[in-house]
Design a protein around this ligand. Structure first.
Ligand code: NAG
Ligand code: NAG
Ligand code: NAG
Length: 509
C-alpha cells in the first residue's frame, strides 16, 4: 500500500513539475516590459504654427500625389492637442512604457540650436509629465525620419556635417527632458532613412542616388549615433542614469533553397540591410559586415570607380562607433524568402544591384495590407537566435512589431499575428536564452503611414480621421494586448468581444 502511494505521489510530483515547467515557458519573465509606439510626424499634426518645416512637409508640398489619396500629416491624429487622451489610452492598455518621438523641427524650428521653440518644450513636458504621473515610462526616439528642411537644404544626411547638427539637437533634448526620460533611442530604422530617403527615393526627401548617397548617409548616421551616445554617456548618463540605444529594422531572410548560393544570398540580405548598422555597433570587431565591404568593393572595381562606393570607416572611426549602445532595438515584421540573382557583366550602380538578391513573399502565413508583411512568426524566433549567436547575446528591445490592415475594429487577424509573434518571443527567451527585455507593439493608434497615407492601419486603437475631433476607440487587439500585459501570458488569452468596461481599469494597479 505504502509503496503504491509513494509511487503515485512520485507521479503526481513529476506531473506538477511538468505543468510548472510548461507554465513558466509560457510566461514572460518578471521585469519584462510591454509598450506601444508612435512617432511625431505620424501623429502630432499642428504643423503650421510654430513647428519648422521638415522633409515630409516639403516632399508632400512639392509632390502631393506622392502620398496615397494626396494625404498629409498636417493634422494626423492631432496628438499635439489630444495628448491627454493618448495617455488615457496607454493607461487603459496598462503598458509599462510609451515609445514616442520628438520632432526635431518642432523643438528647433530652424534645425539649429539658436532658437528653442517654447511651444514644443511645453508640449513634450506636458506629455512626459502626464506619462510619469500615470506610472508610464517615457521612451524617446530622437529621430523618426523627419529631418528639418533647413538641413536638407544643406544636402541632408549624405552631408557629414549633419552629424554635428544632430548632436546639438540631441544635447538640447537630453538637457531639457533627460531628468525624466531614462530610455533614449537615437534613430529609428536607419535603413529606410538612407536607402528610402537618399538611394531609391521612396521616402522623404525622395533623393534618387542609389549606391552612392545612401552609403554616404549611412556613414553620417553611424557617426551621429555614436556622437549622441558619447555625449549622453559623458555628460548626462551619470546624473540622469538612463540608457541609450538604436532601433534597427531586421526581418528574417529565409533562404529560398538549400543551395549554397541561396543561403549566401539570405546572409547577404541580412548583412546589407540590418548588419550595415548592427555590425559597426554590436559586433566585437566593429565596422561594416565583411560581406558588404567585399561585395561593394568588388562591384565598384568592375564599374571603374577609383574606390569603393561604400565610404570606409577608419580604424579610429570603427573604435568610436563600436559598443555605442546599451540595447539593440529591433523592428521586426515578417519573414521574407530570398534567392540569389545571377550576376550580369554590366552591373548597374545601385544599392539593389550591390545586394543582388531576389525577394519573395513567404508562401506560408496570412497576408496583410502590406505586400511584404505576412504572418510568419517562425522567422521571429530564428532572427532573435541569430542575433544572440552573432553578437554575443546583446540586450534586445523589440521596438516595433505589428500587423498592418485596413482598420477593422474586430481585428482578429491582428490578434492572431500578435499572439503568434509573442509565442515565438517566449520561445526565444526561454528555449534559446535570448536576452529580450521589452516588446513594443507598433502602434498605439492608426496613424499617418507615410506614403500609404491613412489607408494602411497598425493601431490597437482606431482613429476616426473623418471626424474633426479624431476620436479614438479601442479595437479588439487592444483588449488582447491588455490581457497579455496583465497576465504576462499569451496562450490562454482568447479573443473576445470588446467590453468597454474592461478597458477602464488600469490593470497595473
Ligand atoms: C493629387 O495631386 C495631384 C498633383 O497635384 C493632382 O493632379 C490630383 O488631382 C490630386 N488627386 C486628388 C485625389 O486630389
Ligand atoms: C550569386 O550571387 C553572387 C553575388 O551576387 C554572384 O557572384 C554569383 O554569380 C551568383 N550565383 C549564381 C549561380 O548566379
Ligand atoms: C544565457 O545567456 C546569459 C547572458 O548572455 C549567459 O550568461 C548564460 O550563460 C546563458 N545560459 C545558457 C544556458 O546558455
Amino acid at each position: 500500500m505504502i509503496t503504491i502511494n509513494i509511487y503515485v505521489l512520485f507521479l503526481l510530483f513529476n506531473f506538477v513539475i511538468a505543468i510548472e515547467k510548461s507554465n513558466t515557458n509560457q510566461v514572460f519573465p518578471q521585469g519584462f516590459k510591454f509598450g506601444v509606439s508612435s512617432s511625431a510626424y505620424q501623429i502630432e499634426g499642428n504643423w503650421d504654427s510654430t513647428r519648422g518645416k521638415n522633409i515630409w512637409d516639403e516632399s508632400i508640398r512639392v509632390h502631393p500625389a506622392w502620398i496615397k489619396d494626396n494625404q498629409t500629416g498636417n493634422k494626423a491624429c492631432d496628438s499635439y492637442n489630444l495628448w491627454k487622451r493618448d495617455v488615457e489610452m496607454l493607461n487603459e492598455l496598462g503598458v509599462h512604457y510609451y515609445s514616442f518621438s520628438i520632432s526635431w523641427s518642432r523643438l528647433l524650428p530652424n534645425g539649429f540650436p539658436n532658437y528653442i521653440n517654447p511651444d514644443a518644450v511645453e508640449y513634450y513636458n506636458n506629455l512626459i509629465n502626464e506619462l510619469i504621473q500615470n506610472d508610464i515610462e517615457p521612451v524617446v526616439t530622437l529621430y523618426v525620419w523627419d529631418l528639418p528642411q533647413s538641413l536638407q537644404d544643406m544636402g541632408g544626411w549624405p552631408n557629414a556635417i549633419i552629424a554635428k547638427h544632430y548632436e546639438n539637437y540631441a544635447e538640447i533634448a537630453f538637457s531639457l527632458f533627460g531628468d525624466r526620460v531614462k530610455t533614449w533611442i537615437t534613430f529609428n530604422d536607419p535603413y529606410e532613412i538612407c536607402v528610402g530617403g537618399y538611394g531609391e527615393g521612396t521616402q522623404a526627401p525622395g533623393v534618387t542616388s542609389s549606391g552612392i548617397s545612401d552609403y554616404l548617409c549611412g556613414k553620417t548616421l553611424l557617426t551621429a549615433h555614436s556622437r549622441a551616445y558619447y555625449l549622453y554617456k559623458n555628460r548626462y548618463a551619470k546624473s540622469q542614469s538612463g540608457k541609450i540605444g538604436i532601433a534597427i529594422k531586421a526581418q528574417w531572410y529565409e533562404p529560398g533553397s538549400i543551395l549554397n548560393d541561396d543561403i549566401e544570398a539570405s546572409i547577404r540580405a541580412f548583412e546589407m540591410i540590418s548588419g550595415w548598422w548592427i555590425n559597426p555597433i554590436f559586433s566585437k570587431r566593429g565596422d561594416y559586415p565583411d560581406v558588404m565591404k567585399t561585395r561593394i568593393q568588388t562591384v565598384s572595381n568592375l564599374q571603374n570607380f577609383y574606390e569603393s562606393r561604400l565610404p570606409y570607416l577608419s580604424s579610429s572611426e570603427i573604435r568610436s562607433i563600436r559598443g555605442t549602445a546599451d540595447f539593440l532595438g529591433i523592428n521586426h515584421f515578417s519573414t521574407i524568402t530570398v534567392r540569389n540573382l545571377s550576376s550580369s557583366d554590366n552591373i548597374p550602380v545601385s544599392y539593389s544591384a550591390d545586394v543582388n538578391v531576389k525577394y519573395e513573399v513567404d508562401s506560408s502565413g496570412k497576408s496583410s495590407a502590406l505586400p511584404w508583411v505576412k504572418n510568419t512568426p517562425f522567422g521571429f524566433r530564428k532572427l532573435l537566435d541569430w542575433i544572440r549567436q552573432k553578437y554575443g547575446n546583446p540586450v534586445v528591445y523589440i521596438t516595433e512589431n505589428g500587423y498592418p490592415d485596413y482598420g477593422l475594429i474586430n481585428d482578429a487577424d491582428r490578434i492572431d499575428y500578435l499572439r503568434g509573434y509573442l509565442v515565438e518571443l517566449l520561445n526565444a527567451i526561454h528555449n534559446d536564452n535570448c536576452t529580450v527585455q521589452r516588446y513594443t507593439v507598433r502602434s498605439l493608434m492608426d496613424s499617418m503611414e507615410w506614403r500609404n497615407g491613412y489607408l494602411v492601419k497598425f493601431g490597437l486603437y482606431h482613429v476616426n480621421f473623418a471626424d474633426s475631433s479624431t476620436t479614438r476607440k479601442p479595437k479588439e487587439s487592444a483588449n488582447f494586448f491588455k490581457s497579455v500585459i496583465r497576465t504576462r501570458e499569451v496562450s490562454r488569452v482568447t479573443s473576445h468581444i470588446m467590453d468597454q468596461d474592461d478597458l477602464t481599469i488600469n490593470p497595473r494597479r
